[in-house]
Design a protein around this ligand. Sequence first.
Ligand code: SF4
Length: 421
Amino acid sequence: MAGTGKSKKRLNAARELTQVVADYYLECQQAHDQGKPVGWMPPMNGVIEVFYAMDLQPVFPENWSPVCAAFGLTPGNFEVSEGMGYSRDLCGYLRNIVGYVYSDMHAAHVPLGGLPEPDLLISFGGGCIPAMKIFQILEQRFPSSRIFSADLPQVAVEDIRDHHIRYAVSEIHRLIDFLTRATGKKMDYDRLEEAVILSDKACALWDEIMSYRRFIPTPISAAEIGIMFVMVTRQGTQVAVDFLTKVRDEVRQRANDGIGVLEDEQVRLFWDNIPLWYNMGLFNAFEHMGGVFVAETYSAAWSLRLDTSNPLEALAMKSLMSYSLVSCLSIRRRKEMVLKACRDYAIDGAVFHQNKSCVPITIGQTDIRRALLKELDIPSITIDADHMDARNFSHAQFQTRADAFMEMLLEKKRDRGRPGV
Ligand code: SF4
C-alpha cells in the first residue's frame, strides 16, 4: 500500500545515504574501540564543530531515534521506558532514548552496532525542555561520564541580542577548557576555522538544493528528507560537503531537464512538523492522485549561514538559533516562516501533523492554518499522529482524509482553470 513503511526515493544520491549513515556509526564504534573520547550531545549547535576540530567523536542520541524507528526498535524501547514510569505523553525521542540506554544497547538485533557508550555528556541548552531532560537522564545512566552543561538561554530567534551572543561565546570557551581538561586534547583553531567554513558550505548547498524545489514540477520531494542526516551528524566535515554536492548536482540536473518527482504533478503540498520516522512512506501517500510534498518544516531549518571570519561568534549564533528555528519560535514567527515557504514553493495545500509528543512544534497550528487560508487561500488538513510512536497513528483514517483532501484540492484547481470562475 502506498504511504506505509519506507518512502519511495527517486534520487541516486539519496541511495548513497545508506552508506553515509553506516560509515558514521562505524566511525563512532571505531572511535570508542581506539580510545578516542566519545561525547553525546544534542543536535543543532556549535559543539559538533568544536568536537571535530579537537579530534573528538560526536554522537547524537536524538538522531539515533529516527534510526531506531526505521529499524523497528522503538516499540521495545517504549516498553522499557514506560515500565520505568515515563508517560506516553512525553516526547517520543526522550522515551525512545531512555528505553534504548536502559536495555541491552549492543544486542544482536540493534542495527549498525548501536551507540558507543559516552565518555562525555554535553548538555548545551538552547533547545526545548525534553532535549535538556534527556541529558539529565543520561547522567544518571552513565555516572562515570564527564559532564558539561552550558545552559544557553531559550531565547526566541527574533529576540537574540549582543549579550546573548557574548554569553554563548564565553560558554564555548568554557566548553573548550573543559574538553581539554577532560581529554587532554587541545583545540586546533585553524581546524576550527576550517570546520566552520565546511559547515557554512553545507548550509549553502542545502539552500541551493531547496531552491530547486521551486521548479514545477519539483525535482525533489519530502520523501528524500533523510539527506539531512549529514546536517545533523557531519557538519564541519568534508563528508557533508561532498555528499550534498552530489545531491545538488543531481537535483539541479533534474530541475534543468524538467524531470519531476511525478510525471504529472497536479498538487503541491507542504508538510508541517516532524515526519513520522516509522512511516516515511506517508510522503508518497498523495502521489497516486498527483500530489507531491514540495516543502516541509525542515526546509528552512538548515539555512543558517555562518560568518566564517569569526568562527566562535558564528558557532555562538548557530547554538542560539539553530534548534530554536525548529522548536523555540514564537507563533508569529512560525506563521511567517510557513507562509513564506508556501509562497516560495507555490503550495496548493498543507498537511499539519498534530504531533502528540512534540508540543513545541505543534503549538500554534490552528492560527497558522487560519492565516494560510485567509492570506493565501491555501486549505489544509490536520492529521493526528506522533513522530516516533506508531500507536498514535491510524493509517486507514489518514488515507481516507488524505484522499478527500486531494479531491477537494483538485476540484479547486479545476475551478480556477474554468473561464469565468
Ligand atoms: S522539539 Fe519536540 S521532538 Fe524535538 S526534543 Fe523537543 S519535544 Fe522532542
